[in-house]
Design a protein around this ligand. Structure first.
Ligand code: DAU
Length: 342
């Protein structure tokens, strides 16, 4: 297939580009706006690949998007392009509605007009909202609670409406918290790992007892590819790692693995509307033949090692735009935070 993969310079997108080029025969056109978290160094290993093309641009740019379908005879789309960080959605909700809803709409319509055979919308388990007990299955009611998850829910509902209305073959994946190499250090694991490497404080929101189901990026990409190739049109698929952990536990493992003391932990004021827990039932995708392969202990160890060995990747990021964001998000909270055990 000739696949248009959007957001391919980001974290999950770049892992997926590399996977498709090394493990399949597909042509990949990567459309990425290269905003703050898009990074072409993530793709250095494939930039000369004969089946790879990069185009810088925005999924909201309708003339550009339409031209790509014709120029590259695109017959499959994987939409990874998104604003993804919950904390940033609280600071600037409009940009999330724009990219995650409007951009998805532009892409869907251009793909439908071009007669694309397959469209996969990468969504998130956050669309179910906070799940106090049990697990979410795909038929559960969507109850997003942040501007980020509400925008993702809007995008995926628009995608699913294209199946109901036009029989346009859309598949949706709802992935859980993903971790691995090349993740922008605003997210919990890379932020805590890089802060710990530098002996800086680790800001735990609220009581630190929120639960997330950690999914290795390789397993997430395998799930996306599997749903793209084998999923039923008009259907959503949960993708989870089966590794539920409290944030405090993950933070302690990170500190241990870097030989840093627990005194670096700081309880800081909570994220507004913070979802307590997510957990997904993945039996639908498992029945199609996918299952996660990476044990969390191994994946986390490898991830910590990657950040230790790739300071040249994350140090320039942390000293640029990120520094302003970090100040705004954390300085006051850290000053007012309390140490672990106090
Ligand atoms: O569940 C899938 C989702 O996982 C993805 O759709 C999102 O794009 C991704 O950002 C992630 O959302 P979370 O909000 O769960 O991830 P984040 O890494 O921001 O936070 C993970 C947990 O750690 C959450 O309970 C908040 C907490 N946290 C996070 C940060 C950045 C802290 O305690 N301190 C922090 O500084």
């Amino acid at each position: 297939m000739n696949i248009l993969l959007t957001g391919g310079a980001g974290f999950i997108g770049s892992h997926l580009v590399r996977r498709l080029l090394t493990r399949s025969e597909h042509q990949v056109v990567n459309l990425d706006a290269l905003r703050y978290s898009g990074n072409l160094t993530n793709l250095e290993s494939v930039q000369q690949h004969p089946r790879y093309r990069f185009v810088q641009g925005d999924i909201c740019d309708q003339p550009l998007v339409e031209s790509l379908f014709q120029a590259h005879r695109i017959d499959g789309v994987i939409n990874c392009a998104a604003e993804t960080h919950v904390d940033r959605s609280i600071l600037d909700p409009g940009s999330f509605a724009r990219t995650d809803v409007v951009g998805t709409g532009v892409l869907l319509e251009a793909a439908r007009q071009a007669g694309v055979r397959r469209f996969l919308q990468v969504s998130t388990d956050e669309v179910y909202g906070s799940v106090e007990t049990g697990t979410s299955s795909e038929t559960d009611r969507l109850a997003p609670r942040s501007p980020y998850s509400a925008s993702k829910a809007g995008g995926e509902l628009l995608a699913l409406s294209y199946w109901t209305t036009y029989k346009f073959p859309v598949v949706v994946t709802r992935g859980s918290n993903t971790y691995g190499s090349h993740q922008y250090p605003e997210k919990f694991i890379p932020l805590f790992v890089t802060n710990a490497i530098d002996g800086q404080l680790l800001p735990l929101y609220g009581d630190g007892r929120q639960c997330r189901d950690w999914l290795a990026v390789e397993d997430h990409c395998a799930g996306i590819e599997h749903a793209f190739l084998h999923g039923e049109p008009g259907t959503a698929y949960n993708i989870g790692g089966g590794n539920e952990r409290e944030n405090l536990t993950v933070a302690e493992v990170i500190l241990d693995s870097l030989g840093q003391p627990k005194s670096l932990l700081r309880y800081v004021s909570d994220r507004p509307g913070h979802d307590r827990r997510y957990a997904v039932d993945c039996s639908r995708l498992r029945e199609l033949g996918w299952k996660p392969a990476v044990a969390f202990a191994d994946g986390l160890r490898e991830t910590v090692r990657w950040y230790q060995e790739h300071e040249s990747w994350w140090r320039p990021i942390k000293s640029g735009e990120f520094k302003r964001y970090y100040e705004e998000q954390y300085r006051r909270r850290l000053e007012e935070g309390t140490a672990c055990g106090s």
